[in-house]
Design a protein around this ligand. Structure first.
Ligand code: FUC
Length: 735
């Protein structure tokens, strides 16, 4: 298995680009947050909060990723946990600033009032499993205020000593508890049974712990340790540590992941508040640093919402304030959950991919119990479009190829890490059972090709209206041979073939699957030169639907690319142009990836700038909120993650093979807007780590590293050359 070389990466950046390793990466504002989408997110993978930064009435709205209603059948919805309010008798605030520092994963609020300079810091610690809030002032005894805890489900709040607790249970018998403990330096803390009063303290540390009785396993019926036990344990352990110790281990833990990749795209208007940067950049496009910040924000958000052992990032990561969030804030499988994880491997956050694999395994386990007749299968498993953490679902739409698409992620994890145990024990069996499902499900189409008898192109379809065929939003009429299904099945079969070859097993079945793959109905070019979305040539050149499902083969698939299938790539381009540059947040994010795969960096950049526009009112006009959360609208985190993945595809691609080796394409889609820049620490398939520097729009230097060593091909400005790297070494390439 390939390991990471973080130290090498950082020192190399400093050496070649002359930049301090610490580029400021922060979202900052001159005013406290008003609406929720102005507040700033912190998270430790499990426990998250939105911080509003109000001097006199601080508001911290928090979530815990397992607080779900629903079960193995019912969808339920992701729930908000509670709110912490800190009321201070503070008036006459000057010199106000709040910021989220991505390098340290710390939120800061600072201001002056009555001649006192106040500084508040907050973070969600993965090593200590709680949220830590630190209140300081530069004059003794200046911290006086009241701490209140509320529960989103109206559970009773109790106060004892220096701790406030909420404790409740949801309709599905999921128990939960949150406790906040006040540790004051000087002054005193008293309780009135409901809230805590802090008087004349010098400094205060608040420890907020929250958990539920959820256990991430169908075998354990989804229930584990009682939350009061875990909350007490966590609070007790953290109470024995100083603020500095808690802070130091949090920063170290975050940076071990975050600092693996360093991106520099040129000038940055970090001197302006982020909300103003967003507006200004739309006018003059003068802030490539905003694109770099948005890129790193995607990585920050994944680290903060997806850690090994936990649940995958849901539709809103872990941040949600609504009792009935849009689309349940669940796991939608026809683009959204997959997009959440496109960035994981290439941006060097492979560990953060793990929760998706566990969720997938659990979902497969529940589906194979076949308790829902409409999606029961003899072999493998299939799922509905929208799912919860426990295998429960909305029954809005059967999404037959969803399991195959998600299983692509297992194969991708192997391609990037070379983890053979994972390939053998997790990826291969999961791929094989789905190949067996499709082997039994496919039928012969009119021209003898193998087709899906009941395909679907999310989330619309052709319906007859009078003598016309129109494409209707949300239509789910079965469409035999729909391109989306066909392409995903091709991808699944290909992943299976490569996996069985890598393991050297199942040779007879491998050749059977190779034959099946060769009989699949492949991509078709239609009457206006487009890549057909359906088996019949019914595509409408004025169809601007947000989904581009029939372009799966271009991205995240690899059946179509400009070099080996130029005609199909041309057709894909015609389809993509017809779909337009608009769409929801995630739709724009996907289009960045498509244009990068078509090697059109300027078009990809144009869409990225479209996604970085301030969010407007229209439901399908994607953009960003002042806190840089992606808006469908409403807020959906997939667009954040998908944009980071897209920018990565602009700088480095490794999905194509040449003579059985990966072909690393360096700067395949660099836009004119980023003439000078550098990136370190990207990962490529085959287990390589890649640093790139470019000047005047051309690659000036690349470094490839590998722990296990290996061969690949590298494409630099059009020419392809073989490269061999010895174990634990690196190689510098010049154009
Ligand atoms: C799919 C999309 C919607 C939305 C939802 C969560 O159904 O078509 O636009 O993003 O997922």
């Amino acid at each position: 298995m390939i390991r990471i070389l973080p130290l090498l990466a950082v020192s190399w950046l400093t050496a070649i680009s002359g930049h301090a390793a610490e580029t400021p990466l922060r979202l900052w504002y001159e005013k406290p947050a008003g609406p929720w989408t102005e507040a700033l997110p912190i998270g430790n993978g499990r426990l998250g909060a939105m911080i509003f930064g109000l001097p006199d009435k601080e508001h911290i709205q928090f979530n815990e990723q397992t607080l779900w209603t629903g079960d193995e059948i019912q969808m339920g919805a992701y729930q908000p946990f509670g709110d912490l309010y800190l009321d201070f008798p503070i008036t006459g605030v000057t010199a106000y600033r709040r910021e989220l520092d991505l390098n340290e994963a710390i939120h800061r609020t600072s201001f002056t009032a009555n001649g006192v300079n106040y500084l508040r810091e907050a973070f969600s610690s993965h090593p200590d499993q709680l949220i830590v809030i630190r209140l300081t002032a530069d004059k003794p005894g200046a911290i006086t205020g009241t701490l209140r805890l509320t529960d989103a489900h109206n559970a009773p709040i109790s106060a004892s000593g220096n701790t406030l607790t909420s404790k409740g249970s949801l309709s599905n018998k999921l128990d939960y508890q949150a406790s906040v403990k006040v540790l004051n330096e000087k002054g005193r803390v008293t309780s009135d049974g409901k809230s805590l009063k802090i008087e004349q303290a010098d400094r205060v540390t608040l420890l907020l712990a929250a958990s539920t009785s959820f256990f991430n396993s169908p075998e354990k019926n989804w229930r584990g340790e009682a939350p009061d036990k875990s909350v007490s344990r966590v609070l007790e352990a953290a109470s024995g540590k100083s603020y500095d110790v808690l802070r130091t281990s949090h920063v170290a833990d975050h940076q071990a992941l975050f600092k693996r990749v360093n991106l520099n795209l040129g000038p940055s208007h970090d001197n302006l508040p982020t909300n103003q940067r967003i507006v200004l950049n739309q006018k003059d496009k003068s802030d490539p640093g905003l694109s770099a910040l948005f890129y790193q924000y995607g990585r920050y958000l994944l680290i903060a919402s997806s850690r090994p052992g936990g649940l995958p990032a849901n539709l809103q990561g872990i941040w949600n304030q609504d009792m009935k969030p849009a689309w349940y804030s669940g796991y939608t499988t026809n683009i959204n959950i997959e997009m959440n994880y496109w960035l994981a491997e290439p941006t060097n956050l492979s560990e953060c991919h793990q929760p998706m694999f566990d969720w997938l395994r659990n979902l497969a386990t529940v589906r194979k119990k076949n308790t829902q007749p409409a999606i029961a299968t003899d072999k493998g498993w299939i799922a509905y479009s929208t799912n919860n953490p426990m295998g429960g679902n909305s029954t809005w739409g059967i999404h037959r190829p969803g399991s195959a698409w998600m299983t692509q992620h297992l194969w991708t994890h192997y391609e990037f890490t070379g983890d053979r145990d994972f390939l053998k024990n997790r990826a291969y069996p999961a791929l094989k059972e789905l190949v067996e499902y499709w082997e039994s499900y496919l039928v012969e189409g009119p021209d003898g090709k193998l087709i899906t008898p009941a395909g679907w192109s999310p989330e619309h379809g052709p319906v007859r209206k009078g003598d016309k065929i129109v494409l209707q939003e949300g239509d789910r009429t079965p469409q035999p041979g729909a391109s989306y299904d066909q392409q995903i099945i091709w991808d699944l079969f290909t992943n299976y073939l490569e996996a069985s070859e890598a393991l050297g097993i199942d040779e007879a079945y491998r050749s059977k699957v190779a034959t099946l793959r060769s009989k699949l109905l492949g991509p078709k070019i239609g009457r206006w030169g487009q890549l057909q979305e359906w088996m019949q040539d019914v595509d409408d050149p004025n169809d601007h639907h947000r989904h581009c499902s029939h372009l799966f083969a271009l991205h995240p698939g690899r059946q179509i690319n400009p070099v080996s299938t130029p005609e199909l790539a041309k057709a894909a381009k015609i389809s993509l142009n017809a779909r337009g540059d608009g769409g929801t947040g995630w739709s724009k994010a996907w289009k960045i990836n498509f244009w990068a795969r078509l090697a059109d960096g300027d078009h990809a950049h144009r869409i990225l700038q479209g996604l970085l526009a301030p969010i407007g009112g229209a439901h399908e006009a994607g953009g960003v909120y002042p806190n840089l959360f992606d808006g469908h609208p409403p807020f959906q985190i997939d667009g954040n993650f998908g944009a980071t993945a897209g920018v990565t595809e602009m700088l480095l691609q490794s999905h194509v093979k040449k003579e059985s080796l990966y072909l690393l394409d360096l700067l395949p889609a660099l836009p004119a807007a980023w003439p000078n820049g550098s990136i370190t620490g990207l990962r490529a398939r085959g287990g390589f780590e890649v640093d790139l520097v470019w000047r005047a729009g051309k690659l000036s230097k690349a470094v490839l590293r590998s722990t296990d060593g290996g061969k690949c091909f590298v494409r630099i400005t059009g020419s392809v050359r073989p490269v061999q790297i010895a174990p634990n070494s690196s190689q510098t390439l010049q154009p």
